[in-house]
Design a binder for this molecule. Structure first.
Ligand SMILES: Nc1nc2c(ncn2[C@@H]2O[C@H](COP(=O)(O)OP(=O)(O)OP(=O)(O)O)[C@@H](O)[C@H]2O)c(=O)[nH]1
Ligand SMILES: [Mg+2]
Ligand SMILES: [Zn+2]
Length: 356
């Protein structure tokens, strides 16, 4: 255990495999590159530095600068460092990436975590529980080709936790939903299947649902700060403020993230199509290929709603997510194009200037 770095428990002699390295990353290395470089994984992201670890290396490096948020490094990323200088050579392509539209700005994305195997969507058996919100996380997980699991905490405080579980299970075929008391090590054992060697498990969800509590219980300590939620509305206090990754006794890694106020979708049309596969199938059966599922004759969607095969609320949620995803993806693509043409213009202007 590292005494100085309060809440990090990282073995000093980690090897690549136990850090989650895969053949996919080896394929990205050029011949002989390992003689001068070392792969490291980002285990904590702070405002002005990244904490990275790798075989025989445990250092802080400055963050990767880029105009494009997606090109920067986030928690779980793999970087190549120069062995001598520890300078970042490059970031390796990701196996998976979670992102959302950045709050407020309207033109940028925010990265949540990279190279994750399991997205543990955490909600509680209380007012935090919200079907539409869970669907957002599921769409993001499906889009990233990552296994989603839903963990419903505070089952010990709820009268009928199974009611919550059944509602969540109905969101997707074969979806695994666990209800548990996040403070009880006997109960968090149900998550062991995703905690094995080389596995990376990320906790995502609103503030106060118990992401850090779950991480602490799995880690067998109380190093990560947690804080009681507000009594009147069960909302959390945004206790966790940076992203960090911790090694579990079972050998895997857990990523704790700050609570998300609003998960605005961007660039996840495949995830939405996947999660709502039944509706996509109906749409394909509408008589008109540009059917608005409104008053058109031969509309398979309206027919399914009328005969009870499709829940109207679910259809509305699908419409809403699609519209939002399209809107955000467009705004971000436009902003990117604008940035690109602007920097191109600047470069050309600079070139045109006589050098002094
Ligand atoms: N009784 C009970 N309390 C829980 C459970 N899970 C979390 N708590 C409590 O809920 C409060 C909030 O938990 P945190 O772990 O800080 O929540 P968080 O999701 O990390 O919140 P942020 O860091 O703000 O995003 C703490 O007081 C926990 O002790 C549970 O399953 N049962
Ligand atoms: Mg937390
Ligand atoms: Zn239709």
């Amino acid at each position: 255990m590292n005494e100085n770095n309060s809440n990090h428990t990282i073995a000093s002699d980690v090897d690549l495999t136990s850090l989650g390295w895969r053949p996919f990353f080896t394929q990205q290395l050029d011949a002989g590159e390992l003689e001068t470089c070392v792969p490291v994984r980002v285990v904590a992201v702070h405002r002005s530095e990244l904490h990275v670890i790798g075989p025989g290396i445990d250092v802080a490096v400055p963050p990767l600068r880029s105009d494009l948020e997606e090109d920067r490094a986030t928690i779980g990323d793999w970087l190549l460092l120069d062995k001598q200088s520890h300078r970042i050579i490059r970031r390796l392509e990701r196996l998976s990436l979670f992102k959302r539209r950045a709050p407020g700005t309207g033109r940028s994305v925010q990265l949540i975590a990279a190279n994750v195997d399991t997205m543990m969507i955490v909600s509680s058996c209380n007012e935090d529980f919200n079907i539409a919100r869970l669907e957002r996380y599921l769409a993001v997980a499906r889009d990233a080709d990552v296994t989603p699991v839903i963990a419903l905490t505070k089952a010990d405080l709820a009268e009928a936790p199974d009611d919550y579980r059944r509602q969540a299970e109905a969101l997707m075929p074969l979806l695994i939903v666990e209800t548990l008391d996040a403070t009880d090590p006997m109960e968090t054992k149900v998550l062991d299947a995703w905690c094995g060697p080389g596995q990376t498990l990320a906790f995502v969800g609103s503030s106060g649902v118990g992401k850090s509590t779950l991480a602490n219980t799995l880690l067998g300590n109380t190093d990560i700060a947690t804080q009681a939620i507000r009594e009147d509305d069960a909302k959390g206090r945004h206790t966790t403020t940076h992203r960090a990754m911790y090694q579990l006794p079972l050998g895997g890694w857990v990523i704790d993230t700050p609570g998300i106020r609003e998960l605005q979708l961007t660039d996840v049309s495949e995830g939405i199509a996947d999660l709502f596969g039944d509706i996509e199938e109906l749409v394909a059966n509408c008589r008109f290929h540009d059917c608005q599922h409104d008053t058109e004759p031969g509309c398979a969607v309206r027919e399914a709603i009328e005969n009870g095969a499709l829940e109207e609320d679910r259809y509305r949620r699908w419409c809403k997510l699609n519209a939002e995803n399209e809107r955000n993806s467009q705004t971000i693509a436009q902003a990117r194009a604008k940035d690109k043409s602007f920097s191109k213009m600047v470069k050309q202007t600079m070139k045109g200037k006589p050098s002094r």
